[in-house]
Design a protein around this ligand. Structure first.
Ligand code: MOS
Length: 734
């Protein structure tokens, strides 16, 4: 099905199942521990051996020599795979050749060997016996120092630079100006489930039970890396314990399990240990962001510029932190620039809302600072610069844009009018109290997505698609979609996901998953409805599907009977035309935060949070709310705690475990409230939905920073906002 004209009324609009806050259909499996995660698949294949990954102890240079003798002789060892004996690895679409390093070393903890043994303990003990001599060379590890050598680099969905009008002229002439630089640190995904895979060779076919967001990308890249046909790789990832972008691509666990299984001639399972994950896999790269805004006294932005610098390994990608600034606020004279420096740190890549999450951390503090200079309420300043058209290309309209409505709804609900705009004035005992807000913005991309739907002679509808559920609720919203389309209750639907033998879906990434994958199910169900109607001699357009029956006029046939003895099956994909290019499809929101800062110690506590989101049709308010509160929590982490600390001499992240890399725990997070505005977007898909999983993080950290400023009068422009950055700057006590 091609989606290239605005959606009209369709079966989804009945909202009998879709749009309802139903419980997750996979919930009981999760809560009873029966959901099969990759590393737990003891049942998948007999005779599993264990692989233990050895990471490089240097960041850049060469392996001078590697002595495997003692390791090979250790108890239980079956095989040791290194770059020397693995054979040539292909590059993949994503750079998978890097997943086994040597003799060249590209980053710290790059895998250089996998030791395979009978037991995990034996593999680990033998790995300790691998002797490596390195010839270390000097690398570049400091973004601030490498910044001047940075070059323009395109992001995966846009040009590095844009310019409209005369920024410099308008900025210089503006009566109120802001020129400020913000920094965000390297951040880790820190998902619960580590990267883990079990590999088994069945003849020349590779079976891979793994944890991966994008089955089709992964299957293709494993095949290219190993030099085998894509059809010879079967990848299964039905349950994923969090990904956040860290599992968009195959990692060392999958490739090394496959190589280990080939060498040991038996199935091999590999999980990355937690201390290896931070430097072995990807992370959200640090940024330096300079923002300049010029405005007239009436608060209208005349000039806005956003420049961002980040670093990555040679051939890598920038953090596209300026992208939202191209679209979020009006202003005739504009400039954005994305610069990428070569760094020899572990690879930077996508993490929840890549680009916008980092960009909004800076932009939404800048907007707060500018509002203060103008003597305007920060909400009012945002509303004055709202726009219904793309500010860079005014011929393009936003399909839906309720930013102002989000801001006003949030302000009323949060009692924003109780905030004292003078910083440092509100007290509650020992706490300095502050309120802050920020806009939320994230694009709403769409991706081709296919599904297969089967109706059997018991009236059960089974959906198969290689879509993944990374904790988001895909199983449930896909089930709801099929139930709505076929007119059956949700418990009559079986959803099967995450298997490369199923039709290729959009996968989970870029907050495109919910809308795209359910639209693919919609397309397949449309075909199935046609097949059912045809079988009964009905016109598809006249056939009504409701209460487990199909019919027209007074004739009603149970679906089970309509399916016939052999059942009916249909498969289709949703393919998106250029509606998302002719219009701007985005999601909007507003974040409100209240903090308390200890007047003596500068300890920061979040007291209340609210997010208001306008993101198209909400397919399931319960799963969507969970996405947003999770994202808000992650935004608090980025604001106050999370920071991969770079060792600038040796080039690695020092705090590479969950003791040193702090993320918020339950006790850090207070009451969170989430409101979804009523919205349907007929330009987004037949579902009229978008996505919220990434919207929810965009802007949160800045709202926290702005609340801390309101509490203390101290403006911190370098994340995370830890108490050492505040303590010297607190208002004097007494
Ligand atoms: Mo997302 S960071 O594209 O999984």
């Amino acid at each position: 099905m091609k989606f290239d004209t605005q959606a009209t009324t369709n079966p989804i609009d009945q909202l009998k199942v879709v749009g309802q806050p139903v419980d997750r259909i996979d919930g009981p499996m999760k809560t009873t521990g029966t959901a099969p995660y990759a590393y737990d698949r003891h049942d998948a294949v007999p005779n599993q051996a264990y692989g233990y990954v050895v990471g490089s102890a240097i960041a850049k240079g060469r392996i001078a020599s590697m002595d495997l003798k003692a390791a090979k002789a250790a108890p239980g060892v079956l095989a040791i795979v290194t770059a020397e004996n693995a054979g040539k690895l292909g590059k993949g679409t994503y750079n998978t050749a890097r997943l086994l390093g040597g003799p060249e070393i590209q980053h710290y903890h790059q895998a250089i060997a996998v030791v395979v043994a009978q037991t995990f303990e034996q593999a680990r003990a033998a790995a300790e016996l691998v002797r490596v001599d390195y010839a270390r060379t000097q690398g570049a590890y400091d973004l601030a120092a490498a910044k001047d050598s940075a070059k323009p680099a395109p992001g995966f969905d846009g040009p590095p630079d844009t310019a409209v009008g005369d920024f410099t002229g308008a900025f210089t002439a503006a009566s109120v100006q802001l020129d400020a630089t913000y920094t965000t640190p390297d951040l880790g995904h820190a998902m619960m489930e580590p990267h883990a895979s079990i590999a088994a060779w069945n003849g020349d076919t590779l079976m891979l039970w793994t944890s991966n967001q994008m089955i089709d990308w992964g299957t293709g890249d494993v095949a290219k890396t190993l030099g085998i046909a894509k059809g010879k790789v079967r990848m299964m990832s039905p349950f994923i314990g969090g990904g956040f972008g860290g599992k968009l691509f195959v990692r060392a666990d999958a490739v090394l399990a496959a190589l280990g299984a080939r060498a040991a001639r038996r199935p091999v399972k590999v999980a990355l240990t937690r201390p290896l994950m931070f430097n072995n896999t990807t992370h959200r790269p640090a940024t330096v962001q300079r923002i300049r805004i010029g405005a007239a006294r009436d608060g209208k932005i005349a000039a806005i510029a956003h420049e961002s610098w980040s670093g990555d390994l040679p051939g890598g990608q920038p953090e596209t932190a300026v992208f939202q600034t191209r679209l979020l606020y009006a202003g005739a004279n504009r400039l954005t620039a994305t610069r990428l420096a070569v760094l020899d740190l572990p690879e930077g890549n996508a993490m929840r809302a890549p680009g916008e999450a980092s960009g909004m951390m800076a932009l939404e503090i800048a907007i707060d600072e500018m509002a203060e200079k103008l003597g305007l309420d920060p909400m009012e300043f945002r509303i004055r610069n709202d726009t219904q058209v793309d500010p860079e290309k005014p011929a393009r309209k936003f399909s839906q844009r309720q930013l102002t409505e989000c801001l006003r709804t949030g302000a009323e609900r949060f009692e924003w009018n109780k905030r004292d705009p003078q910083p440092g004035k509100a007290r509650d005992g020992r706490w300095l109290i502050g309120m802050g807000m920020a806009a939320a913005y994230r694009g709403a991309p769409v991706m081709k997505s296919a599904a297969r739907v089967r109706l059997d002679n018991k009236g059960i509808v089974t959906v198969e698609t290689d879509m993944t559920d990374i904790g988001t609720g895909s199983y449930t919203i896909i089930g709801q979609t099929a139930a709505e389309m076929m007119g059956v209750p949700l418990h009559k639907v079986v959803v099967r996901l995450g298997d490369s033998t199923y039709p290729v879906s959009a996968g989970s990434g870029g907050q495109w998953g919910a809308n795209s994958s359910t639209a693919g199910v919609y397309a397949a169900c449309m075909k199935l409805r046609e097949a059912v109607a045809k079988k009964l001699g009905l016109k598809a357009a006249d056939a009504e599907f409701a209460d487990g029956e199909v019919g027209s006029g007074t004739r009603r046939v149970p679906l089970a009977q309509a399916a016939g003895k052999d059942g009916l099956v249909a498969e289709d994909a949703i393919e998106f035309g250029d509606l998302a290019k002719k219009n701007v499809l985005s999601t909007f929101g507003a974040h409100f935060v209240e903090v308390g800062v200890d007047a003596a110690t500068a300890e920061i506590r979040i007291r209340r949070m609210l997010a208001v989101c306008a993101a198209g049709r909400i397919l399931n308010p319960k799963t969507a709310r969970s996405q947003v509160i999770g994202a808000m929590t992650m935004g608090v982490g980025a604001a106050l705690m999370e920071h991969l600390v770079v060792d600038k001499r040796h080039g690695f992240f020092v705090n590479h475990d969950l003791a040193g890399y702090e993320v918020p725990v339950h006790a850090d997070i207070p009451h969170q409230d989430v409101v979804f505005l009523d919205e349907t977007d007929p330009l987004s898909s037949p579902m009229k939905a978008k996505g919220v999983g990434e919207l929810g993080i965009c802007g949160v950290s800045a709202a926290v920073a702005n609340a801390i400023y309101n509490a203390t009068g101290a403006r911190v422009r370098d994340y995370p906002i830890t108490l050492d950055k505040l303590i010297e700057r607190l208002p004097s006590i007494g």
